[in-house]
Design a protein around this ligand. Structure first.
Ligand code: ZN
Length: 594
């Protein structure tokens, strides 16, 4: 009896002190674009709680200052009495809760930016990108909890990868979900509205597709093709770690790409993308975001999870995370039979020519491009093409080179897939963590059985032209350098309300030499008024050494500048197949169909 009483008391105490966290999000007036959020916190012992709004959305490496969308933050105790709230930093509020057993934090978030990494609400639908809507309690990101989504009265559906507690509950009409921790809560975007929903099974995983917006899609075709992409992607690593997966697709006028999550993704595409030549691009986007469920969400640098939501999370490995994923988003389409071998080789050739032909590729190493994504890739300027190189394209080229190196080394028995499998098994499944830069290089060296210092110094931390000839000959591709020096002006132009405006100046070009600046208005050439088309045609027909004068307006001051056309050498490469049988065998293995 005594024991029973003791246990009962213990149980009551245990329950009363357990920390509990629930969020409720509603949208009573979608036309004002505000999500109303209530966080209910109970069992917290601290006298003061700090709540914070993230400054960025994982996967999109830019500080976006989501707190800018938050209006007045209020807090109440269990009796509905207002608690004192003090703003501490740009994204943190402290709440004097004293001994209150329950705190309700209430705020509204203005949500009117429809992209895959921001939130949106209007009378047609709502989209929640969690890190811009849900605050977290500092020091308690690991707490599990429950989320209620109360849709606007005309919205009937809620789509998310979060685990549902139950279907819509009679009364408040809320859709209830659970989350294991804050990372999971904000890693599951939520679509609310009257979206079209369908399902398919692939790789043993139950897939849900939720499509907002009209488009020229055919559900049966999408089911078949998306399943095929899923199966092909899964075969790279050999296992699919999810039980279910959700695609949220926004059909809009200007599609913006996608954003990856652990067991979901959001795709933003042009609504007419589903037929004709554009469709392969859609499937490539599906492959890209899906492949990320392994590469970056599970196979990842140690800096990318658990996340610090308060500031930049730096890594030099985005060339692997985004570059390798870009490599596979095209390769998977060959393996799945949507792209022919010759189309694929043409794409790889174009990527290589874009990378090695860019001025910025000789200035910015891809490791630096990764590290500085926050201030450069996501904040381009008119000078970016002179000084930066995207880690997507250069990473894709380096992935192709490493893949061919592995295939050649293992004589067509292993490829880049097997190296990724090794990373997945060792770090994600074994050590349950990401890897450091050094560990990544160590793993690659161990896998290839050779020192890779030279490769990293020249092509990852350096800006040298990649070893194209020596690499691709191993798979029966002769790479010819076909670039020649050509006469060039070096300024790009745009038309603005009938004016010809300088959009960009290539470093070292004739235009730079002449003193032309970005934003100059070009009014005349050799004494005549001129438009953009005529000027481009004129400069395109000139030879090296030819001279001409331009009348420009800079800040409304007129000036004449003299231009002398100079040579510009742009590296360019052409692939040709060779007839070596052994190399052809390796090429067939590289581009094999599954
Ligand atoms: Zn990506």
């Amino acid at each position: 009896m005594r024991l029973t009483i003791f246990c009962f008391t213990f149980l009551i105490c245990g329950l009363s002190t357990a920390q509990k966290m629930t969020y409720s999000v509603s949208m009573p007036k979608p036309q004002n674009h505000y999500f109303h959020v209530e966080m209910q916190l109970s069992g917290f012992k601290e006298k003061e709680l700090m709540v914070k709004m993230p400054v960025w959305a994982p996967g999109s490496y830019l500080v976006r200052e989501f707190a800018k969308n938050v209006d007045l933050v209020k807090a109440f105790d269990e009796n509905g009495k207002a608690l004192k709230v003090n703003k501490k930093t740009k994204n943190a509020w402290s709440i004097d809760k004293g001994a209150s057993s329950l705190v309700k934090v209430v705020y509204d978030v203005y949500s009117f930016e429809l992209s895959v990494r921001t939130s949106f609400l209007d009378l047609t639908h709502g989209f929640i990108s969690g890190s811009g809507v849900f605050m977290y309690v500092d020091g308690h990101k690991d707490l599990s909890g429950e989320l209620s989504v109360v849709p606007f009265k005309d919205f009937k559906k809620v789509s998310t990868a979060l685990m549902p507690v139950s279907e819509s509950v009679a009364g408040d009409g809320a859709f209830k979900f659970t989350f294991n921790d804050y990372d999971q809560l904000v890693d599951c975007p939520i679509e609310i509205g009257n979206q079209e929903i369908f399902h398919f099974m692939a790789a043993g995983v139950d897939h849900t597709v939720a499509i907002y917006g009209e488009g020229n899609y055919d559900i049966n075709v999408l089911k078949k093709d998306m399943a095929h992409i899923v199966e092909t992607a899964t075969s790279v690593i050999g296992e699919n770690p999810n039980k279910n997966y959700t695609f949220i697709i926004h059909n809009v006028v200007d599609g913006q790409g996608g954003l990856e999550h652990t067991n979901s993704c959001t795709l933003s595409v042009n609504r007419w993308t589903y037929q004709g030549g554009e469709y392969a691009g859609f499937l490539s986007l599906v492959a890209h975001e899906y492949f990320h469920l392994w590469n970056v969400k599970r196979i990842r640098p140690i800096e990318l999870g658990p996340f610090n939501y308060d500031e930049e999370n730096y890594t030099s490995l985005l060339w692997v995370m985004e570059g390798f994923t870009s490599y596979y988003d095209e390769l998977l389409l060959v393996r799945a039979g949507y792209t022919s071998e010759s189309e694929y080789l043409q794409k790889i050739q174009s990527t290589i020519n874009y990378v090695e032909g860019s001025v910025g590729a000789r200035v910015q190493p891809v490791a630096h491009a990764s590290f500085d994504a926050w201030i450069k890739a996501y904040r381009p300027t008119e000078n970016s093409s002179n000084t930066t190189m995207t880690y997507y394209s250069r990473g894709q080229m380096l992935a192709a080179i490493l893949d061919v190196m592995i295939i050649s080394k293992y004589k067509g028995q292993k490829c880049l897939d097997h190296f990724l499998q090794q990373l997945y098994n060792k770090f994600y499944k074994g050590l349950k963590r990401g890897f450091s830069e050094q560990e990544f290089q160590d793993e690659l060296e161990a896998f290839l059985g050779e020192d890779m210092d030279d490769f990293f110094q020249k092509y990852v931390f350096g800006t040298e032209v990649a070893p194209l000839q020596e690499t691709f000959k191993k798979v029966g591709l002769q790479v010819e350098e076909t670039g020649v020096a050509r006469p060039s002006f070096g300024a790009s132009l745009r038309q603005d309300g009938g004016k010809v405006i300088v959009r960009g100046i290539r470093a070292g070009s004739a235009a730079e030499q002449a003193g032309i600046s970005v934003n100059d208005e070009i009014i005349g050439c050799n004494g005549y008024r001129i438009d953009q088309g005529a000027l481009e045609q004129f400069t395109g027909g000139l030879n090296t050494g030819d001279k001409f004068s331009l009348l420009i307006s800079r800040d409304e001051v007129l000036m004449n500048l003299s231009v002398a056309i100079t040579d510009y050498f742009k590296p360019q490469f052409t692939f040709k197949k060779t007839s070596d049988m052994q190399c052809e065998k390796l090429r067939n293995y590289w581009l094999r169909k599954i």
